[in-house]
Design a protein around this ligand. Structure first.
Ligand code: SF4
Length: 70
């Protein structure tokens, strides 16, 4: 479907300050722990969620989330 190849989520956890914007935009990929800090269950973005994952990463005010080629 996507010609882009798989994307991997790289999180700079110490920089996350828990705004939760990423999880609001793409809750399928970005999860928040009990302190509101972002984590992922699976660092590979599931097919079809690439755009949403990118939007969530771009919306992070702290630039915590990078998406790289898997
Ligand atoms: S938007 Fe950025 S700072 Fe906010 S929870 Fe997500 S990763 Fe953390």
């Amino acid at each position: 479907m996507s010609g882009e190849g798989k994307l991997k989520v790289v999180i700079n956890k110490p920089a996350c300050c828990g705004y939760g914007v990423c999880a609001e935009i793409c809750p399928e990929v970005y999860l928040l722990d009990e302190n509101g800090i972002v984590y992922v269950d699976n660092e590979i973005v599931p097919e079809g969620l690439e755009d949403s994952a990118r939007e969530g990463a771009d919306a992070c005010p702290q630039n915590v989330i990078k998406l790289v080629a898997a």
